[in-house]
Design a protein around this ligand. Structure first.
Ligand code: TXA
Ligand code: MG
Length: 355
């Protein structure tokens, strides 16, 4: 398949939205930017088109898709009821990086929901995403626009690497600003449950509707818990290189990582470090990528997937990193990083490995 790439400008944007909308209406796949990550969109109401998403991504078909809508009110077309708490959250956070799970009605094809009786819905805030969805007049199923298992794409370059030849159209609208996927919140439970942490944090949600919980799986990754969001169980966000994640205090943990780098290089491996700005100069390694300031969780989140992909471009075999702050979106950053590290983190205290 020949893939067209269109770069959005102030002058051409209306035409590009129209072209994307036509492609979607005609049963094609269109990759486009959202404020979280790039998505690969298809008409959510046409099962034979939705099937193509699973093929293009190499995604297991039991993993349900998020339906993206252009206007909050449209939610009633696809769900049995909108709980009061969901209404409050819609007012507070839509459009934006919050996906809510509702009981689905009969208009939503089973293929979208992986056979579940619930459906995930969000209104993205990125002007290009909104422009395309509204121009199409359709609900758009859109998973992240990466090949299944790879880090989600935060730029059109990443999408082109993964999906060239697999989709009809890629829209380049610049870098995704948040850089991590939306928060997934299950509204079908009396106390809503966060199934995937993201840009809308637990504290932000609780500020509007009171108590919510985390899926127990998120608090105890690596244990036998099964995640409520089917997609969370897959190996994800993983670069080709092995990610080694360390947790511990300043000098001890950095000394330890420097020893490990030395040992890896001695073995003939190519080593790389993902570091906060403040730590960059403390590592003895040829490749050190600056992910952003220690007290700037938004920067770290926005650069995580990009850094992991850059390590692949540099053909790094072992990627070393310290845990980052879990303030605000940091919870989501650490969730993704832990998964990239195969759910394993190495605890360092007084230069001893605790684990
Ligand atoms: O930020 C985002 O949400 C991006 C952009 C493109 O909007 N999309 C995205 O989609 O991350 P995807 O398909 O990569 O992730 C959707 C997640 C998966 O973990 C999936 O299992 C979960 O949402 N999910 C979808 N429907 C669900 C449902 N009915 N019940 C439980 N989990 C669901
Ligand atoms: Mg994804």
């Amino acid at each position: 398949m020949k893939t067209k790439v269109r770069t959005i400008t102030e002058l051409n944007k209306e035409n590009v939205y129209e072209e994307a909308a036509m492609t979607l209406t005609n049963g094609g796949l269109v990759a486009f930017p959202t404020e979280t990550v790039y998505g690969i969109g298809a008409n959510a109401l046409a099962p034979e088109v939705v099937k193509k998403i699973y093929v293009a991504k190499g995604r297991p078909s039991d993993n349900p898709l998020i339906v993206h809508i252009g206007h909050s009110e449209d939610v009633v077309k696809y769900v049995k009821k909108v709980p009061d708490k969901a209404r409050l959250l819609m007012q507070a956070f839509w459009p934006g990086p919050l996906t809510m799970i509702f009981e689905k009605n009969a208009s939503v094809p089973d293929l979208i929901t992986g056979g579940l009786n619930t459906v995930a819905i969000r209104v993205p805030s990125h002007p290009v995403a909104i422009g395309i969805i509204r121009a199409s007049g359709l609900p758009i199923a859109a998973p992240s626009a990466n090949l299944s298992g790879k880090p989600s794409p935060t730029s059109a370059k990443h999408v082109i690497e993964d999906l060239k030849g697999r989709v009809e159209l890629i829209i380049d609208g610049g870098d995704a600003t948040i850089g991590l996927e939306s928060t997934v919140l299950d509204m079908t439970q009396a106390v809503p449950m966060i199934l995937r942490p993201g840009g809308v944090t637990k504290a932000m949600i609780e500020g509007v509707i009171g108590e919510v919980t985390f899926d127990p799986y998120l608090l105890n990754i690596g244990a036998k818990e099964v995640p409520r969001a089917p997609g969370m169980k897959y190996r994800h966000y993983a670069p080709k290189g092995q990610v080694k994640l360390y947790r511990g205090k300043g000098t001890a943990v950095i000394d330890h990582i420097n020893q490990e780098i030395k040992a890896a290089v001695k073995e003939g491996l190519k080593a790389g470090v993902i570091a906060s700005t403040e730590d960059v100069s403390r590592y003895n390694c040829e490749i050190v990528l600056d992910i952003g300031g220690k007290n700037k969780p938004d920067q770290v989140a926005a650069n995580l997937f990009k850094s992991l992909r850059e390590m692949d471009d540099l053909e790094v075999d072992v990627i070393f990193t310290r845990a980052f702050s879990e303030e605000s979106i940091g919870t989501a950053t650490m969730n993704r990083l832990l998964k990239a590290a195969g759910n394993r983190q190495i605890e360092i205290e007084d230069n001893k490995v605790l684990e």
